[in-house]
Design a protein around this ligand. Structure first.
Ligand SMILES: Cc1ncc(COP(=O)(O)O)c(C=O)c1O
Length: 366
């Protein structure tokens, strides 16, 4: 084994992002590509965000505001909290990593679900934490009891993606409150709500409503999904001022660029745009799920902007065959080898995916 890096880093498998459209165009010479692989908002950001970016006064030769003052103030008003309870990140992904580095140390322990967002594992391994990846029931459903059972005296961190990537499943308000109340005091509960805008289940509550249940709580939000600003890399954490000042000790200077700060601020002023694109996606999520089920495939009930589809064949082969149709989805690692994850796109993109999938299945190319 190479000695370039520490063995625990060399043992890591890098996070595999969704294939970029341009890469597929280059590789297969396909012009008309539909990307449904990274749970982006197909409708894009608010025109107000684009206008704010093009105003031409961004002072690109200057470093960004290191504290993100204006955006944090606007988020504080948005949430009815103080700016001292907010920490900005270069996407919420940076905050996952930062939290692992700041809160836990080698030999301590983290708990997260499996399957869930891979960066909880990567952040834990990078910090040489021990971890328990708690299997979701039937690979889909959360069990708060299972999560609590995985907690040991060394546990410092618990990550829950709510709703969960890649299953779309969620923990309802009562169960989430029970989890937050039952965890030992020393544990920081990290509730990652990257997709919460897409939830329409009545028994769901964002953890911002449950802050009084627990002091050690970090809530992660992002502008990458429903706000349609994935390219700009803006996320944030809500937590106690103590947590925020502690995160700031290791937060990289100028971690969120000026374009991201300016566009996110403008996006916050356009709730109507957010609502319209979320409503369209929630509507089309049900429609797409129904069409897939009519094809005889099993779809996990989703509260996010994607669907986990059991294709009852090797998912990677379906993924490859779909690439040749110009449609990019996501193949899933074990234990979901027979599933693919597809982002809910615009109606015409969903239709293109459905037809391509039906062709691939019909022609038994897989
Ligand atoms: C559950 C979850 N959390 C966090 C992220 C990271 O998002 P970002 O870094 O763009 O804010 C993702 C991205 O796919 C995600 O699925």
């Amino acid at each position: 084994m190479s000695d370039l890096a520490a063995p625990h880093i060399l043992a890591l498998t890098a996070y595999e992002p969704g294939k970029p459209e341009d890469e597929l165009k280059r590789e297969l010479g396909i012009d008309n590509v539909v990307k449904l692989a990274s749970n982006e908002n197909p409708y894009g950001p608010s025109p107000k965000a684009i206008e704010a970016l093009s105003r031409g006064s961004l002072q690109l030769h200057r470093y960004p505001d290191p504290s993100g003052h204006d955006l944090r103030q606007a988020l504080a008003v948005h949430h009815g909290i103080s700016a001292e309870e907010l920490c900005l990140g270069n996407g919420s992904n940076e905050l996952i990593d930062l939290i692992c580095r700041v809160v836990a140390t080698r030999g301590e322990h983290a708990v997260f679900g499996s399957p869930s967002f891979p960066c909880y594992r990567i952040g834990s391994v990078a910090q040489e934490l021990r971890f328990t990846a708690v299997p979701l029931r039937d690979h889909v459903h959360w069990s708060v009891d299972d999560l609590l059972e995985a907690v040991i005296p060394e546990t410092k961190l618990l990550f829950v993606s709510n709703p969960n990537n890649p299953t779309g499943s969620y923990i309802a308000k009562g169960e989430l409150a029970r989890l937050l109340r039952s965890l030992p005091e020393r544990v920081l509960a990290v509730i990652d709500e990257a997709y919460f805008e897409y939830v329409d289940a009545e028994d769901f509550a964002p953890s911002t409503e449950l802050r009084e249940t627990r002091e050690r709580l970090a809530i992660l939000r992002t502008f990458s999904k429903a706000y349609g600003l994935a390219a700009l890399r803006v996320g944030y954490a809500i937590g106690t001022p103590e947590l925020v000042t502690t995160l700031n000790r290791l937060r990289a200077p100028f971690n969120v660029g000026t374009p991201g700060q300016v566009a996110a601020l403008a996006a916050l002023t356009d709730p109507a745009h957010l609502r319209t694109s979320v409503e369209a996606t929630v509507h089309d999520r049900a429609k797409l799920a129904k069409a897939l089920e009519t094809t005889g495939l099993q779809v996990a009930p989703s509260q996010a902007n994607f669907l986990l589809v059991d294709v009852q064949r090797p998912g990677r082969a379906i993924y490859e065959a779909l690439l040749h149709e110009g449609v990019i989805v996501r193949a899933m690692p074990a234990p979901l080898e027979s599933s693919i994850r597809v982002t809910v796109g615009k109606p015409e993109e969903n239709e293109r995916f459905l037809q391509a999938l039906q062709r691939v299945l019909r022609e038994s190319r897989v």
